[in-house]
Ligand binder design. Sequence first.
Ligand SMILES: *Cc1c(COP(=O)(O)O)cnc(C)c1O
Length: 403
Amino acid sequence: MLNTIQRNWFDQYMVPCFSPANFIPIVAKGSRVWDQNGKEYVDFAGGVAVNSLGHANDELKNALNFQMENMWHIGNGYTNEPVLKLAKSLVENTFADKVFFCNSGAEANEAALKIARKYALDKYGNHKNEIISFENSFHGRTLFTVTVGGQPKYSQDFAPLPQQITHLPFNDIDAIKARISEKTCAVIVEPIIGEGGVIPAEPAFLKVLRELCDQYQALLIFDEIQTGIGRTGYLYAYEEVGVAPDILTSAKGLGGGFPIGAMLVRQHIAEAFQPGSHGTTFGGNPLAAAVANKVVELVNQSEFLAGVQERHHEFMRQMSELNQRYQVFSELRGKGLLLGAELVEKYQGKAKNLTNIAAEEGLIALIAGPNVLRFAPALNIEQQDINDGFSRLESALRRFVQE
Ligand SMILES: *Cc1c(COP(=O)(O)O)cnc(C)c1O
């Protein structure tokens, strides 16, 4: 078959801030993907925790088709039915009272950090502006969010950077106790550090963050962009710990593959944004909201969420079985279907090599930093897909330990 569109066009025409695989996926259904050559892959990546209901889900297609026939975009001089329905549903199912919609995770965090600063300014004055974040965290790629993120390699080349941002070691209760003060306006944390290595926060750590934020009148922001919408077996991960934030950000899986982001807040914080304080052209557009409504409806059912937990155990079982045979991982961790496998000393820095070999064997997987293999498959991935995926992973591991 002659492909008129070629992979090398990426190198020729696109800004090289990614290094995509050397094949081009063109069709996908459920947890299977096919490339230009008709080669099939099992998908353990889920578009990086985005395709929460798998590819080309029929119910999402129907929701999108219905909205497509009616109205695509109207702008913020008007509201629209899908976005009202989505806001109501997110409020009714979480700690939050109000929602702001945008198009991505970074924008959701940008809104969260901006509203935290404005809330503190309005209420306490301009001395209260410090934002505390954690090492290895990831919060997006705008200048503000990349600076708040705890990976200096992503921000240092873009200086001068936003000020009054502090990074502390993750899961370190003493460090936050020593640092937080009257000047702190917000603490932002991922309940499970995602991009930075799939590292769950200790429940005790999150509880202390809540207590300290209350004590110092700082806002607690949970970045649930990766952990939200059923990913950990709960609609949002905070439910399991029983610690509610003041602000929560959501994106990735919320649209099931259609771009949308959301910032969820409590009432008194929402009031810091008045007409003119913040905005977006596309945020809350009817197409995205229509799809997200269907995603939330399908995911937020106890049976569906129990299915995520079952799949968690199945993934862990098959992973540890493989690891007994190949001894490549020092730790298997994560919750629900956000899973990480840390490579042993001998294979440090080789996670990308492993996913490259896996792709050759017909398995799409992710990394989380240079040493961690990460899975974030569709939350409804089928047993046959899991089995085939692991048998392909086994072929990949066999080659990986030899090479
Ligand atoms: C992916 C991610 C973001 C950024 O989301 P974008 O949609 O890429 O802007 C922020 N925080 C976390 C925890 C993420 O996983």
